[in-house]
Design a protein. Structure first.
Lengths: 477, 477
């Protein structure tokens, strides 16, 4: 008992390591209720740690009611809620642990958790045909290293397509990456150092939070409103703090689905010029509007080279290709190429070559058009089902994208786990929060669920909520 | 003139930015000989830098004889060597700059620089057939996200193949990566922090140096001998210093091609247990022996979980696939998966699936057998040609791998540039040195040159060396 191995070499806070070891043992009943935890000094000396580290771990356990303190006597393992079944609880713990490290297990029949398209929507036959054409055309060259910057014809093709979005660029300014996550991670490594401040929308994309946390930055978040963040609050903050980077998804923001208003976008750009910080614009969904609306990227509006523009193809095309690109301000370009080189030399060549042909031969436009029609139907289906649940409040009805951001009241904090047990995956709000402190919000995605599954899954969710309500409690008289 | 843009946000030393800006202007003749450089205080105040930063930049320029000092008057641009032709010199500068950031331009007809196989040796037809089979079998699933840890059947297949190499593992302990470079880079991020000490062989792989440098570590190197490094010297160092990691390529070391002796491998392992550090074993060539010799990896000899084992398929198969794997000690596994997730979510799925089928259906073994025969012939050809050049000294005749490590005397420091101008690429020793201070060594690779090209290229190198010798200089009387 209390035989914990703490690894001082890994980049994880020691008190968290101690906390997690003990927590696991409590939840798996390896140590039972009312067991006294070892005195802080003892465990600190055994593990060769500072006593304050143990204090922090014990406090965390107490906060979660896994441990209680007796004045002058020490800390004891608490009784766990009787409702909890050992193995189920352990499973919940594992689910939560995985969520925290960005992993999710989609064994469930109905997946409202992922924001990536269903595999059956992928244009496999078309892509296969371009793969074969590329192999017949390029032979072994398709399997050599690409330039670190990326396959030139692909960059050329992208820069031409960007004209449609009013983004003026050229192949020399484009860097191919293995998905948006890689771009965010490399930008973090180039720009951010310990204690630098990076500002994000809240809620925001968890992968970005992970990369900023890896750099030990201060993450300051501003709540998202229906048209962006509150920029006068932001400017007050800028008056007192230097920031290096602002991370935003202005078009169909993840997870809220909102669009920044044009006024706020313009104002945000002006702030970046005035207070000299970069804006990291993450665009992964702008093609997926349901009605023809005018969408303007920050990049297309920028006059002073403050926008770092990332485009991912994971959410609108095929995530397993791991392809995206980044357009960088001139002064960041060489450092980026050099970090891309040391992180994986270059992105796989065959995928780049096939994707170039896919774009050039017009498959892409055809595919996206089809997706728009299909997702609009799913959107409408889910929208109608959500409206049936009066406990749900939609943050803002999205005009495109793949998900709804739903508010629900306090009583349904465990909806995520309960739905999971009934075969429906949804994502709890805390996943999208830098501090993990968004409660009572869920992201419901229809990326991987057809209309039938939306019908079925939403009915299950509805019945969970109804059941909970029916469980009326009466005072004991 | 002197209108330099210095970027304080990027992770490159400021004095190097100043130095490089001025150097480029001198070499491109934007500022001509005898021009006085601005006073240190002036340029420091213009650029809002500390004067000592400018002093460092000027000193570097002086060291390279691009600038000379007049006592009490300041620094002036020097005359450049009359032999130098403007554009050629600028090209050399660009070549050197690219080398420093890991890039090389292989426009040359004859490539002895790359250690990756010729594209015409890739088994394109076989791989195409497995790609098509995978797409027909898996459809859209081939393009979804893989698990961050990697496609399970591939991990299973790898763990079974590793039994042949006496490595006992299982699919749960294997993590798929996008090439060895990614594995080295992620390990650096997990294990190494500023001022930590990492020990390397000298010469060593430049990509590893780049990753260690990105972490601002102290890199300590020990000269490679014909059977490994001097372990008693290493132990003396360990007595006085804590080290986190030892990076080694014990089998056909890059660039020397040597094999560590079994005695030294055993002793190295014991040191890692005694002084508690990890060993990063980078294995990219062990399949490529010319005569059946018994090769034992450190991983197969390790009893205490101190080996981090990386296997790349870039040098023996097809680099553009970007595939490799890593086996980690248990305590490093979760942090690695979590960093892999935040760096690029997962490696592309289709490539993993196709490679699994390629391995399982026996194509791999057939291909490697063919490569062994073919490379042995190239090896013999180059060996014979090297022996014709008496100015060349082979460090150690390799028993496998793809290159020779050649010593040559002082007079041929520019062989790299001269050969390049005659259409032959070779790699100068400095590329393989943490401090860039290996002179008079070259790596000659036959990975991308067939026997005809080896004949032709080696004859060109020979004639360069002969010509230089014929240019006898006599004292002026």
């Amino acid at each position: 008992m209390f035989d914990y191995k703490i690894n001082k070499n890994i980049d994880k806070k020691l008190y968290l390591q101690v906390y997690e070891s003990i927590k696991k043992d409590i939840l798996t009943r390896k140590i039972v209720a009312n067991t006294k935890l070892p005195p802080i000094r003892k465990i600190a000396s055994d593990l060769k740690l500072n006593p304050s580290t143990i204090v922090k771990a014990y406090n965390l356990l107490e906060e979660e009611k896994l441990v209680y303190k007796k004045l002058g006597s020490g800390s004891y393992v608490a009784y766990l809620d009787d409702e909890m079944n050992d193995s189920e609880d352990y499973n919940d713990l594992k689910i939560n642990e995985r969520l925290n490290s960005g992993q999710i297990n989609i064994e469930n029949n109905i997946n409202f958790a992922s924001a990536t398209p269903s595999a059956n929507l992928f244009p496999v036959e078309d892509f296969k045909s371009v793969l074969i054409k590329v192999l017949d055309r390029d032979g072994g060259d398709a399997f050599t290293y690409q330039q670190t910057q990326g396959y030139y014809p692909l960059r050329k093709c992208i820069s031409e397509k960007l004209k449609e979005d009013c983004i003026a660029t050229n192949p020399e300014k484009i860097q191919i990456v293995s998905g948006a996550q890689q771009a965010i991670d490399l930008i973090s490594r180039i720009l951010l150092n310990e204690k630098d401040t990076v500002v994000v929308e809240e809620p925001t994309y968890s992968g970005a939070i992970a990369s900023f946390n890896n750099r030990n930055t201060n993450i300051k978040s501003f709540p998202i409103q229906k048209d962006g963040i509150d920029l006068s609050e932001f400017e007050k903050f800028l008056n007192k703090n230097n920031i290096k980077l602002f991370y935003t998804m202005p078009t169909f923001q993840n997870p809220t689905g909102i669009l920044w208003s044009e006024e706020k976008k313009q104002k945000l750009l002006e702030l970046s010029y005035k207070y000299d910080f970069y804006i990291l614009e993450d665009d992964c969904l702008s093609e997926l509007y349901y009605d023809k609306i005018k969408l303007k990227s920050l990049k297309s509006m920028d006059k002073n080279g403050k926008i770092i523009y990332i485009k991912s193809y994971s959410k609108i095309f095929m995530p397993g290709l791991r392809l995206g690109f980044i357009i960088l301000p001139e002064d960041l370009f060489n450092p980026f190429v050099s970090f891309k080189y040391s992180s994986d030399i270059s992105s796989p060549g065959l995928n780049q070559r096939a994707f170039e042909m896919y774009l050039k031969e017009g498959y892409w436009d055809k595919h996206i058009e089809k997706m728009r029609v299909l997702y609009k139907k799913r959107f409408e289906k889910m929208y109608n089902k959500i409206k049936e649940i009066k406990e749900f409040e939609i943050f803002e009805v999205p005009m495109g994208g793949l998900y709804f951001w739903i508010k629900i009241n306090d009583n349904f904090e465990n909806l995520f786990l309960k739905a999971s047990k009934r075969g429906v995956s949804i994502l709890p709000g805390k996943v999208f929060s830098p501090e993990g402190n968004i409660k009572n919000f869920y992201r419901l995605s229809f990326a991987d669920a057809d209309e039938q599954k939306i019908e079925k899954g939403m009915n299950i969710i509805k019945s969970i909520i109804q059941d909970d309500k029916n469980l009326d409690l009466y005072p004991i008289l």
